[in-house]
Write a protein that binds this ligand. Sequence first.
Ligand code: OXD
Ligand code: MN
Length: 587
Amino acid sequence: MRGVPKTTNSAVRAWVEEMAALCQPDRVHWCDGSAAEKEALTVDAVAAGVLVKLNQEKLPGCYYHRSKPNDVARVEHCTYICTETEAEAGPTNNWAPPREMKEKLFGMARGGMKGRTMYVIPYLMGPPGSSFAKVGVELTDSLYVVLNMRMMTRMGLVAYEQLGDRTDFNRGLHCMLDVDPDRRYIAHFPRQNLILSVGSAYGGNVLLGKKCLALRIGSYLGRTEGWMAEHMLILGVESPSGERTYVAAAFPSACGKTNFAMLVPPARFKDWKIWTVGDDIAWMRPGSDGRLYAINPEAGYFGVAPGTNSQTNPNAMRTIAQNTIYTNVALTPDLDVWWEGKDGEPPREAIDWQGRPWTPASKEKAAHPNSRFTAPMTNNPVLAPEASDPEGVPISAIIFGGRRASTLPLVFQTFDWVHGVFVGATVGSEMTAAAVGGLGQVRRDPMAMLPFCGYNMGDYFRHWLQMRKRLKYPPRIFHVNWFRKDGDHHFLWPGFGENMRVLKWIVDRCHGRANAIETPLGWVPGPQDIDLEGLEDFTAEKLQKVLNIDIEEWRRELLMQEELFLELYAFLPKELIFQRELLIARL
Ligand code: OXD
Ligand code: MN
């Protein structure tokens, strides 16, 4: 049965027909995105055991999901960029010839939905009516995907309205198959605007609007169309006088983008306000006034649960108190959820993320370190109304950052755009649980895009350099490190809401009203330039430590950076090699 098409767009209909003939589902369900549909599909998901209804008194509208233990994070080793040539994908991506990969994955999908339903998910990335926005159609056999995509994107008929009778939508096919890690592929075909995902049912591998379209395919389209798709949060800083300054920040996965995007200023800054535009992805393009404008293409948050509590992120706790899907956290006997680092005492007993009995005496964690919440952005009490502005917001500052126990100071400002691109290109970070493998090792993660750049990283740097020519008022570029530690492995900087102190310096620098000291790395705040009032136990000496630049550590850092540069050498813009020389000379 083919279901009733919810669009007259013949290219969409043809794509669904073709894929249904291939995958042979028993039914085709054309999603419309309505509230009634959500209700009905949620009932189906509970009946099928895909979702567990949580305690509705404590968590109204909330549900729980466990993925297979072999399927809990993004899988970079199974992620492919299938450009026409290997050089176009570049040395940091897995590549396979498009025809070969399509044959293989369509072969795997053949008959793969027998006995199942194929859901047709039309979705819009970006505000309706925005010239930034892109349409995708994801075909999936997972109800979990439908219900998550409904929060993470503007899903439903709105997407067909934006598309009209054009044919340039992203085609996405997702088949769970038997969720076998040996038969798992996330393949991107940028030239064809096509994504094929098989063998997974988890987050970034299967919610195709997010990493696959908004970043990998998006970055490729951005280069050809003259815009940028970046792994960045977007926030608005409102000063006591009502001035709003917008900032975009790129930190690698699970390094606190969601926390930063929802920051609650400490008492000292009570007249300041932070507004969230987005927490993970920014699409940016030059505006007619010469500034860089950004939208958040998403409509929800797929955030890391462990460590989220009313101290670290009170706005996230409010956001996920209703209408949220929790994945791979622990389940308590009264159908509440728990994770390491949640408020209060651990439950006396629980079911862990693998479905096994758990108590505080258990050796293993109750929640998977990469367990997640999915919530609509409209739940966020500090959602910026501009998040739905089709024009986006003008960006004054771009911030790069990583998780670094040493070497990188709390904050510095780069000398100019080209220097900023060099600093972004050399971002290093200790790996987290968001991707499989390598936990804790420092790896280079240029612009936090290493797992998400849909083409050659060297060309991506070149694109960044070229964007400067199209901007009359380029954003200032900064680098931050909230994670520096002392000799006893204690964090030197308190982080979270206190990051407001650093953010204020950044904003003031953008408006030309804060001082700084020139160092070999860039401009660094002097001892008086970060407001420490009300920050207990934080001395000027500690500030000096967290801002310190140690020349010996930097010599080692330069050698570590060399690793990436050697890998990319054949493709690197010479401006970056020159920036490296300049840094060596300054050091
Ligand atoms: C994410 C990630 O889920 O970066 O946002 O892994
Ligand atoms: Mn991310």
